[in-house]
Design a protein around this ligand. Structure first.
Ligand code: PLP
Length: 387
């Protein structure tokens, strides 16, 4: 007879293989059981498909990574605890002191500060370049350039970079090309097929799509992803099984959701473009967008992000922002709910007039993450808020 402590810990735990689940369960376990010492030896020597420890690999997490690799037609995918976790792990895996990273100046604020304030202290030199410079990457490389990091479309103006061109210039010089593909999602844009080496995304946005998971992902060749996996084990930026389960669930409807995001955003953008109360609309799916041709060449859908300007006037933007009912005032993007933000209060907070001009941002700009509500209701909400 065993004591109650022993029973409560071990009873019922070994009943495996009876119930075969349709969906991948949440393997909420930090470690995995071996039967013999030989099994551990086989694992250590890479001759086993077993699991050892969840900071290394976990079946729920691996299930999601298989979906993400398939989505990008990539040899390998890794998930992380956040988009920033992905960026940090990728960069420290592929850079060393003395290396230079060429980075688009128009970049996610977290990436900018990570490079400027954190990685800079470890001897990695970031060099920020304009979109014009990025269009001609051959001219920005130095002997120390190791990585080019950029986004397309870019927050908040949704300017697009010729991805194939950047990828080609990088490959010719032996420079690693990495794109942050968060805004487009792999449904609308396949950077690896355009020649990019590694594609990073914040899974917090479209991939999960329900505004309830923080996560990150990288996809690419097995050779380039392997060193990132090694570093992830050591820095511990792994995704936990519970959010991995939620992400896997969200991914099953990604193509349906993105199709609806695309359609709703196009409808909203066309409504705003026709409205005389709106001075400018930025959406890659509008022929008036400066990069419409580039976007058409490299995207199969134009995404759910729309930006618009009310004559550069902060008070007009503020009034619209405060009056919206269905569209919620919140940071982030890519969820089922439509969200609005004012770039001068978020990504461009504290910027001078010169810095705003450089980023193409005005005080009257609003950034809309168009959700999956009925388009007519979103238009009615915007119409009343424009007042
Ligand atoms: C949100 C976001 C990130 C950072 O992702 P987190 O999941 O918040 O860490 C990086 N790049 C872009 C473009 C983003 O929108």
């Amino acid at each position: 007879m065993k004591g109650p402590a022993t029973e409560l810990i071990h009873a019922g735990e070994a009943d495996r293989g009876i119930a075969v689940p349709l969906t991948t369960p949440i393997y909420e376990t930090t470690t995995f059981v071996f039967e013999t010492a030989q099994e551990v030896v086989d694992y250590n020597e890479g001759r086993s498909s077993k699991y050892l420890y969840s900071r290394y690999t976990n079946p729920t997490v691996v299930s999601v990574e298989k979906k993400l690799a398939a989505l990008d037609r990539a040899e390998a995918a890794l998930t992380f605890s956040s988009g920033q976790g992905a960026t940090t792990t990728i960069l420290i895996a592929h850079m060393k002191a003395g290396d230079e990273i060429v980075c688009s100046a128009a970049i996610y604020g977290g990436t900018l500060h990570l490079l400027q304030d954190v990685l800079g202290r470890f001897g990695i030199t970031p060099r920020f370049v304009s979109l014009e410079q990025l269009a001609d990457p051959d001219r920005v490389f130095t002997d120390r350039t190791r990585i080019v990091w950029f986004e397309s479309p870019i927050n908040p103006t949704l300017r697009c970079v010729d991805i194939r061109r950047v990828a080609g210039a990088c490959r010719a010089r032996g420079v690693l090309s990495i794109i942050d593909n968060t805004f487009a999602s792999p449904i609308n844009q396949q950077p690896l097929a355009l020649g990019i080496d590694l594609a990073m995304q914040s899974a917090t946005k479209y991939l999960n799509g329900h505004s309830d998971v923080t996560g990150g992902v990288v996809t690419g060749s097995a050779a380039l992803v392997a060193p990132v996996e090694k570093v992830r084990r050591m820095v511990g930026t792994v995704m936990d099984p519970h959010p991995a389960y939620a992400l896997g669930r969200g991914l099953k409807t990604l193509p349906l959701r993105v199709a609806r995001h695309n359609a709703n955003a196009q409808t909203v953008a066309e409504f705003l473009a026709k409205d005389r109360r709106v001075s400018q609309v930025y959406y890659p799916g509008l022929p008036s967008h400066p990069d419409h041709e580039t976007a058409k060449r490299q995207m199969s859908g134009f995404g759910g992000m729309v930006c618009f300007d009310l004559d550069g006037k902060y008070d007009r933007a503020e009034r619209l922002y405060n009056r919206l009912n269905i569209v919620k005032r919140a940071a982030s993007l890519g969820g089922v709910e439509s969200l609005i933000s004012m770039p001068v209060l978020t990504s461009q907070w504290g910027h001078t007039d010169d810095q705003l001009r450089e980023a193409g941002v005005t005080r009257g700009m609003l950034r809309l993450s168009v959700g999956l509500e009925d388009a007519a209701d979103l238009i009615a909400d915007l119409d009343q808020a424009l007042g």
